[in-house]
Design a protein around this ligand. Structure first.
Ligand code: FUC
Length: 838
């Protein structure tokens, strides 16, 4: 008999499964960046990459552009062995002008004599244009999206009843780009795929379904910001030296049904049911010290081999291998904020550009913040892979021949910033390209140290490129020393070697790779320091990137003595190199000498407004809101300024208050990290919202700008990827810190993030950390020990660790518990009211 009473259980189950399906699809959508129209501009296009090939997908209906990059395609060739042999002879006069006469103008002018060539530029590879012949009719259901949980991009639309789908990815295991084009009706696929480049190029037909584009990069390109008259800015042939790099793009299309032919225009497909396009790319780059022309790699062999190997596998296999490889990294960290089954009022039903605009106006959308966080991790996995060069100013995505700031490595902040999220968000392997780059940089840097300073060790200045340029740039006197002559880039980068060791506890890496490079940078600094009249070790000449001060006549000056950032970087390097030597049980005398010198470094000082001084005297700055706040290096990324140095901690806070929250994209990104370190989650959160302000700005802006483009690229403006990465690092830093020798749980949780969970973050000492919090309080944390180290945990309340006996100590701003953490064991941590031993 059928009951007339409603089956409450069945109804409840139906509702539950409906809500669950909404939840699951919301979760899926939460990992998508999507639009309901094609990209018109580059900053609307979607980036994909495998660390070598990069592409920006426009998703046009009839004309679909994929703008291509290859991560080693640069202008120029190896740096010259001799650059400015007289440079070092100017040092005594510069030092006299600074240390005895306080004549900053004279010192600045003289410093210009210590410059060399500018760096080379990262170049666009070319364009892959797909010209489709489609049935006539209205375009319906247009969708263009990037799923960052599997690194697959899709363009889809319906016309005349036929749904066309293009699925695109760049596989890291196969090192190819793949486009699969399908139609819902047999024989509907008709298109021409062509290749072109802004560089010198020619296209050749290899087979009925295969073409190549061969090209050549210039032997020199002047940076976009350097345009002296009467000189060619792009030079192709260098009759005296080394000619530019060669490159090749190789493309083949396989079809099911229909016909494929190739001619000088490209590859034509007609009447196919399905087409799969395979593209490989390579340059003749053969290392920073080899001429890419005469001593270059055989790029044709490389593209041929890659394509041949890819074609041995079916499309589903290539896709599966790509997704598995990508997920191996991406899935290590998950983040949910204020998200629960019951919470479905998400904004991810909106296209990403509209969602960003709504968010900019103040919409509550925590899953957009987590999307931004994960998108940053997606970008790092896509642009920095072991074996390739480090991510440059634009990652690997650039479409300009003379891109902003050469799209290379600005190492007075930007390149380092790119790698801030690498270790903490569990992408340690993605850090390796930068760490390996330091091997070459320390070799050219040793020549620069000798030639420019007559010093031991190695040095790098504010700018570098694929050729590991280490000299001060400026084209022999045309660069402003406030940036060009800053000799601290190498020393700063060394902290990345040490951080990699701290997070991974990889002693082999420390012994075989890191230590010698760190020691070389420290040796340079030992020689570079001079004593002032009070017996302190100072740097001279010295500048604070890239801010100027007013001298006693009110004139702007860039060069002085012992800028705070110099002293902090040297303090950091000496501390880390001594710790590294201690870990390796080596170089005891050297440890003693760096630590002795560290103890007499010119100290940090606090000014009349309670701020940390930027220079060795309390000068007025020419720009009180300057985007660089270099003197806070010790607060982040360094750890010289912490809650244990309370006076400097407060002075750092005051400095940030005075500088304000403005700046460029990366500048605001740095500020998120500083406020996180200061333990002010609400201020950090405010700056996240500033970073995520919708913008369309195109030209360079230095003040109160920043923001986010429709494709979620960070705007300096123009596009610079560093702001994306600083945003990711900052969000992680708000939830977990470990720079003080303990694991600090939820150190800067903002009110806006009431509840949430993060899984898979890494902490120094070799720990993997999961944290769940509810109503602004720690609910439970899990720490997995990756090596046998003591684990010290700090939280605002006492914590207990399941199965561990210890003493919970009340310390500055919270409670601390330490215990020996055995490798492989997961420790469960809960807040507790126990204040005594347990
Ligand atoms: C530094 C910054 C600029 C820009 C450039 C790439 O010079 O001062 O703002 O980010 O690097």
């Amino acid at each position: 008999m059928i009951s007339k009473r409603p089956n409450y259980i069945a109804v409840a189950l139906m509702w539950f499964s409906f809500l669950w399906s909404l939840h699951v699809s919301a979760q899926e959508n939460a990992k998508k960046i999507w639009y309901n129209k094609p990209a018109k501009r580059w900053v609307e296009a979607l980036p994909i990459g495998n660390g070598k090939i990069g592409a920006m997908i426009f998703g046009g209906v009839d004309e679909d552009l994929l703008q291509l990059n290859e991560s080693t395609l640069y202008g120029g060739g190896p740096v010259k062995k001799v650059i400015n042999p007289n440079a070092a002879s100017y040092l005594p006069a510069i030092r006299k002008a600074l240390l005895q006469d306080s004549d900053f103008s004279k010192a600045g002018l003289l410093t210009k004599n210590m410059q060399g060539y500018f760096t080379e530029s990262y170049l666009p590879l070319g364009d892959l244009l797909l010209k489709h012949t489609l049935p006539k009719g209205k375009i319906d259901n247009y969708y263009r999206g990037l799923n960052i949980s599997n690194a697959l991009a899709t363009t889809r639309f319906t016309v005349s009843g036929i749904t066309f789908t293009r699925e695109i990815f760049t596989s890291a295991p196969a090192n190819v780009l793949i486009v699969k084009i399908t139609g819902s009706k047999a024989g509907a696929i008709d298109f021409l795929a062509s290749l072109k480049s802004q560089l010198h190029f020619s296209v050749e037909v290899i087979a009925g379904d295969e073409i190549t584009m061969d090209g050549k990069a210039p032997s020199h390109i002047d940076p976009d910001y350097y345009n002296p008259e009467g000189r060619q800015h792009i030079i192709y042939n260098d009759s005296a030296g080394c000619n530019g790099m060669r490159f090749q793009v190789r493309m083949k299309i396989r079809v099911k049904g229909g016909k494929v032919t190739a001619d000088s225009l490209g590859i034509h497909v007609s009447g196919a049911n399905e087409a799969v396009l395979y593209l490989s790319a390579a340059t003749s780059f053969n290392g920073f010290d080899k001429c890419p022309d005469s001593d270059g790699k055989d790029e044709k062999k490389v593209t041929g081999r890659l394509l041949m190997n890819a074609l041995k596998k079916s499309y589903p296999i290539l896709k599966e291998e790509h997704v598995a490889d990508y997920k191996k990294y991406f899935n290590r960290v998950s983040l949910n904020i204020n998200d629960s089954l019951g919470h479905l009022n998400r904004q991810d039903v909106l296209p990403t550009d509209e969602r960003l605009k709504k968010y900019s106006k103040g919409a509550y959308d925590p899953s957009f913040e987590t999307l931004y966080f994960q998108f940053g991790r997606y970008l790092l996995i896509s642009c920095s892979r072991p074996g390739g060069p480090p991510a440059n100013l634009q990652g690997i995505w650039n479409n300009e021949l003379r891109p902003p700031w050469s799209s290379n490595y600005t190492i007075n902040i930007n390149t380092e910033m790119n790698y801030w999220p690498a270790e903490i968000t569990n992408l340690s392997e993605m850090h390796l390209p930068l760490l390996n780059f330091l091997k070459g940089l320390s070799i050219t840097g040793a020549r620069t140290a000798k030639e420019f300073y007559n010093a031991r060790g190695w040095v790098a200045h504010h700018n570098s490129d694929l050729w590991a340029v280490s000299n001060p740039v400026g084209d022999f006197g045309n660069g402003d020393p406030v940036y060009a002559n800053w000799p601290m880039g190498g020393a700063w980068l060394c902290r990345h070697l040490w951080e990699h060791y701290q997070f991974t506890q990889d002693k082999k890496f420390l012994a075989d790779t890191a230590y010698a490079i760190m020691k070389g940078a420290a040796l340079f600094m030992m020689d570079w320091l001079v004593k002032d009249q009070n017996g302190y070790w100072v740097t001279a000449p010295s500048s604070s990137p890239e801010n100027k001060f007013k001298d006693h006549e009110g004139k702007p000056q860039g060069v002085s003595v012992a800028a705070t950032m110099d002293m902090s970087i040297i303090w950091d390097l000496f501390t880390n190199v001594a710790s590294a030597a201690r870990e390796l049980r080596t170089d005891y005398a050297f440890q003693d000498s760096v630590l002795a010198k560290r103890s007499k470094l010119f100290p940090m000082a606090i000014g009349s407004n309670g701020q940390l001084l930027e220079w060795y005297k309390e000068f007025d700055e020419t720009d009180s809101q300057h985007r660089h706040v270099s003197h806070l290096f010790g607060l982040y990324p360094g750890n010289q300024i912490t809650s244990s140095t309370q006076n400097f901690f407060s002075a750092a806070k005051k400095t940030l208050e005075i500088r304000g929250d403005g700046g460029t994209g990366w500048s605001r990104g740095w500020k998120i990290n500083w406020w996180a370190r200061l333990g002010d989650g609400n201020h950090a959160y405010y700056l996240i919202r500033q970073l995520l302000q919708y913008t369309d700005a195109k030209s360079i802006e230095m003040h109160n700008s920043g923001g986010t483009y429709p494709n979620l690229f960070d705007a300096h403006p123009p596009f610079q990827i560093d702001g994306n990465f600083a945003g990711v690092a900052g969000m992680a830093e708000m939830l977990l810190q470990s720079q003080q020798g303990f694991v600090n749980l939820l150190p800067a949780l903002p009110d806006a993030w009431k509840s949430g969970e993060i899984h898979g973050l890494r902490a120094r000492g070799g720990f993997e950390v999961n944290i769940t919090w509810r109503k602004g309080q720690l609910a439970v944390a899990q720490i997995k020990s990756l090596s046998n180290k003591t684990c010290v945990i700090k939280y605002t309340k006492a914590v207990k660790v399941a199965g561990v006996k210890g003493q919970c100590l009340k310390v500055n701003g919270g409670y601390q518990l330490s215990f020996f953490a055995r490798k492989g064991i997961i420790y469960q941590i809960e807040p507790s009211a126990i204040h005594q031993n347990f």
